[in-house]
Design a protein around this ligand. Structure first.
Ligand code: FE
Ligand code: FE
Length: 193
């Protein structure tokens, strides 16, 4: 029996060709729009959470990394607004339970570690990397869905954000490895308990 399903490569519109805004309202397009609303909420929540993380951090190095990513996060929000416009939908935020949970986890790390400790920075880095990985998974999926549906300009915009999230994740790994984790290991016991 011949396979009538188009291959993913065939389904993908040739680059340069862009679907017009508002054209088609398939289940997939609805899912795509809902996912945009979700990450739009998440990015907005991050602009509130990152300054708190920055304030709680011990080292200038981590504070600077968080500050830089706050600037990028604001840019991610405006890129999402561009994407909503391209697909002819209103920019709307819908609560993202996953991001809410990740941010709660970040808060409890700050509560459970001592002010001014390197262990706190090691913990904040891990919490921040969990956020970045969530964003990488989301933007990675959104880019391929946008390409599949022929929203090539939207895919390019989402791809820029995806790359920034990956760079941020790699930068955080570098800070942890040189040498916050080691310094946290050296700082010894806690007065709390
Ligand atoms: Fe982001
Ligand atoms: Fe991010």
């Amino acid at each position: 029996m011949p396979n009538t399903k188009p291959s993913p490569a065939k389904a993908r519109k040739p680059s340069g060709e862009n679907k017009a805004a508002g054209q088609g309202n398939t289940q997939l397009e609805k899912y795509f729009t809902d996912s945009l609303k979700d990450i739009y909420w998440a990015e907005k929540a991050l602009t509130k959470a990152l300054p708190k993380m920055q304030k709680a951090a011990t080292t200038e190095e981590l504070k600077t990394a968080i500050e830089n990513h706050l600037g990028q996060t604001e840019e991610h929000i405006s890129r999402l607004e561009q994407v909503f416009e391209i697909i002819g939908k209103k920019a709307q935020a819908k609560k993202c339970d996953a991001m809410e949970g990740l941010l709660k986890e970040g808060d409890s790390i700050v509560e459970e570690t001592e002010d001014g400790s390197m262990t706190r920075d090691a913990g904040i880095i891990m919490a921040a990397q969990k956020v970045e990985h969530y964003e990488i998974a989301t933007y990675g999926g959104l880019v391929t869905l946008a390409q599949t549906m022929g929203f090539n300009d939207a895919a390019d915009i989402l791809h820029q954000t995806l790359e920034e999230e990956k760079q941020t994740d790699a930068g955080l790994s570098e800070i942890a490895e040189n040498d916050i984790n080691w310094e946290a290991e050296m700082e010894g016991g806690s007065e709390k308990e």
